[in-house]
Design a binder for this molecule. Structure first.
Ligand SMILES: [Zn+2]
Length: 296
């Protein structure tokens, strides 16, 4: 006789909602940061990672299919703007005007708990939540779940991750056939990404820019220094867009600005923080911008 599992007993245990769905429901936001991976994979004509459970963004893919006349994106640049929450856009709409004009699609998205960088970028590049990739707190182990990087490499794409040394993205996606280009500062990493574009070395470039995150932790989210830092990050993205229009003009191309989490300054504090399950930390925007190659 085997052990008898009562179907009634099983159905009485409420299934824990997965973290992505819980956050989408809590903040009444249709999309999750995890939607990026299946969306970019579909745009590039590449399969999604096996454990990616997030949704493709139809509005983005329909626009791309029209403008590329059914072709796939050949080149992709993903600008990881750390800590640029929707709250920044709400508080400083004038600073985002140029970016919003440049973007073909802006996707309001929730992240997952804990709202810190390695948890959120693992979610973004796996297209799945912490239950799948395993990072639930601020730690930087190598992610073993299949990622956007793995399926791009499988498809024969050449990939670079460019970052200040030691930051999350360049650390948790190690041990892959990726060029890991690290630098002492965010600015040097950004400059390298422009050079890599000029030299047309890569099919996928991921740049991680933590300038705003670093400054807002030190001086608070509404400090003059933090405002200057978020403007710097947004200006860099606009320059990257311009650089892709030159270097990749003959390619069908996709340029994103994706953020991991927002932040807030607690009452009476002069330091910015994040990591809580509150709207300021949990809701971000992802910008998608695409252009067909010249003469295609
Ligand atoms: Zn931070």
């Amino acid at each position: 006789m085997g052990i008898y599992f009562s179907p009634l007993l099983c159905s009485q245990e409420p299934a824990a909602p997965n973290e992505i769905e819980r956050m989408k429901a809590k903040y009444a936001v249709e999309h999750s940061i995890a939607d990026m991976t299946p969306t970019v994979c579909a745009a590039a004509g590449i399969r999604s990672p096996k454990t990616a459970g997030a949704n493709k963004i139809d509005a983005v893919l329909t626009g791309i299919a029209e403008d590329f006349e059914g072709r796939s994106a050949e080149k992709v640049f993903i600008y990881c703007g750390d800590c640029i929450g929707d709250i920044l856009l709400q508080n400083h709409p004038e600073d985002f005007e140029a970016c919003l004009r440049e973007a073909d699609s802006v996707i309001l998205s929730t992240n997952v708990m804990k709202t810190v960088t390695p948890v959120c970028f693992a979610t973004i590049f796996c297209g799945a939540g912490p239950e799948v990739h395993g990072i639930k707190v601020y730690e930087k182990p190598v992610v073993r779940a299949e990622t956007l990087f793995d399926v791009f490499l499988e498809a024969g794409k050449k990939v670079a991750i460019i970052s200040q040394a030691g930051n999350s993205v360049i650390t948790i996606f190690r041990e892959r056939n990726i060029d890991y280009l690290d630098f002492p500062t965010d600015e040097e990493a950004y400059e390298k990404s422009l050079q890599a574009l000029k030299e047309n070395d890569y099919d996928l470039i991921v740049l991680h820019d933590c300038e705003y995150d670093t400054i807002m932790h030190q001086f608070g989210t509404e400090s003059e220094k933090a405002a200057k830092a978020h403007r710097t990050v947004l200006d860099r993205w606009l320059n990257v867009v311009k650089a892709t229009d030159e270097a990749w003009k003959n390619y069908d191309r996709l340029v994103l600005f994706v953020s991991d989490h927002g932040s807030h300054t607690p009452d009476g504090s002069s330091n910015g923080v994040h990591g809580m399950d509150i709207r300021d930390d949990a809701v971000v925007n992802h910008f998608y911008r695409w252009r067909a190659g010249q003469g295609k």
